[in-house]
Design a protein around this ligand. Structure first.
Ligand SMILES: *Cc1c(COP(=O)(O)O)cnc(C)c1O
Length: 467
């Protein structure tokens, strides 16, 4: 499979190159040149497979010919070996016709592990083949950083430097990053906001000599391999409910549009999905778009679901490109205008096409808390502030006769304050993390300047090579 850019002005790349490079040179996002399509028999043949094997079969058309099937299968088996639930992605019923698929049984208790664990394996494999080393630099408001650190710890061909805004992540989130003491992992507490961290990372990537010197690479949610590794759990859930003979619908709490884009991709590959429902918090740009074709940037408001506190959903560009019939010139025009004005001018018929499949619901913090409480009282299910928004969207848009599956993206123990406020219950951390508060932390505090970050990256890579 070759990959093309949504802006139409970058070379087509192989899977391995897309994995290592992330963003396309023309500022666009990579997508497969042609979508693989599975036949009814292809879907049926996946029924009953162990999750890692199913994941490898679904991802294989995307990684071929760079990675052969047996290798991919073994990488997927290693990626999911550390999950603390035998089903990896268990599904439970919470209401009539409404189900929850839990994506938080990985090492950092959030759905980012589903893809990041596979990415860590893929990086190691490709870099060993090429006898190469890369430096991964990323900014995090919480979940992405810890998932990347867990996936890459102890890997000799990867140095990982994660920037987090000092004092602005939850304590669980910080400790999940800073208690990892492997020599290839460096945590920088930046004296600034998450936006400052993200701008610093962008500045480093824009500095081409530095980028080459350090062989910089990214694992953020625009990396195509992350989307590819998120498609299999939609397949798994749909098969459980009788696909390909029966349709299902999904509801997904959404920030960067990466998770739900994978559901769209599954549908594009032939999985019978009827509706896709987006859940947002007060940062409701996607819901405003779906309801009124109003994709306008507003300031980010902090909420109970911090991983969805996002102004611009980067992965939306991939859907836009597809809805425009893969017209890269039109896509570039719309995205450039969006950057310049803060408003995305989506043609009416493109918007209608989006609305025929997607619906959006936004909840503020008060509503989120009330939903957590009501769901717990009615069904006994404890959903974290992200997951409950997806569940509420699923309930709202569910059509009789079609199972609605809401994706649960974080373990409630990751957000104990919100859970106590809503239900009075303090959810316990799983056994493998029970001593998190006693573990030693290591991080460096740095000012929010490009020079300070560059020095820290150089020092981290030198340390890692020396050790
Ligand atoms: C990242 C994240 C989301 C949002 O996922 P996107 O792919 O950015 O839409 C939702 N919930 C949790 C817990 C997350 O960590």
């Amino acid at each position: 499979m070759r990959y093309i850019s949504t802006r139409g002005n970058a070379p087509a790349l192989s899977f391995s190159d897309v994995l290592l490079s992330g963003l396309a040179e023309d500022g666009g996002l990579y997508l497969p040149q042609a979508w693989p399509e599975f036949s009814l028999d292809d879907w049926r043949s996946l029924r009953g497979l162990p999750y890692p094997e199913l994941a490898a079969r679904v991802m294989a058309p995307f990684t071929a010919p760079d990675i052969d099937f047996e290798t991919l299968k073994s990488l997927c088996e290693q990626a999911y070996a550390g999950f603390d639930h035998p089903a990896i992605v268990p599904v439970t019923q919470v209401e009539d016709g409404l189900f929850v698929q839990e994506l938080f049984h990985g090492p950092t208790l959030a759905f980012k592990d589903m893809a990041m664990q596979v990415l860590g394996q893929l990086f190691e494999h490709v870099l060993t083949q090429r006898n190469d080393h890369v430096t991964i630099v990323g900014a995090t408001s919480g979940d992405t950083g810890s998932a990347a650190i867990e996936a890459c710890r102890g890997r000799k061909r990867l140095s990982v430097i994660i920037l987090h805004p000092k004092g602005r992540t939850s304590e669980v989130q910080r400790r999940q990053m800073t208690t990892v003491l492997d020599p290839n992992i460096t945590n920088l507490a930046v004296e600034g906001t998450f936006d400052d961290c993200q701008d610093l990372v962008k500045t480093l990537f824009a500095d081409l000599p530095f980028r080459r010197e350090m062989n910089l690479s990214a694992v953020n949610s625009i990396n195509w391999a992350r989307i590819a590794a998120q498609i299999p759990y939609y397949v798994h859930a749909a098969l459980t409910f009788g696909a390909p003979e029966r349709e299902v619908s999904f509801a997904v709490p959404t920030g960067n549009f990466g998770n739900i884009l994978a559901a769209w991709a599954a549908r594009r590959m032939g999985l019978p999905i009827r509706q896709l429902c987006v859940g947002s918090n007060r940062n409701d740009i996607l819901t405003r778009f779906l309801n009124a074709n109003d994709m306008t940037i507003k300031g980010v408001v902090p909420s109970l679901s911090p991983s969805m506190d996002i102004q611009v959903s980067s992965n939306f560009e991939r859907l836009l490109f597809e809805l425009l019939g893969r017209d890269a010139a039109a896509c570039t025009w719309i995205m450039t205008g969006f950057r310049a004005t803060g408003h995305m001018d989506v043609p009416e018929e493109t918007w209608e096409r989006a609305r025929s499949l997607f619906s959006g619901l936004a909840l503020d913090d008060t509503q989120t808390e009330a939903e957590i409480r009501a769901l717990h009282q009615k069904s006994g299910y404890l959903a974290d502030p992200h997951s409950v928004i997806g569940i509420a969207a699923g309930r709202k848009f569910r059509k009789p006769g079609t199972p609605m599956i809401a994706e649960a993206t974080a373990h409630p123990a990751k957000f104990p304050d919100a859970m106590v406020a809503a239900t009075g219950i303090h959810p316990a951390l799983p056994v493998h993390m029970a001593d998190l508060y006693e573990r030693r932390e290591r991080y460096r505090t740095v000012p929010a300047t490009p020079q300070a970050i560059k020095d820290a990256v150089r020092a981290a890579v030198a340390d890692c090579n020396a050790g």
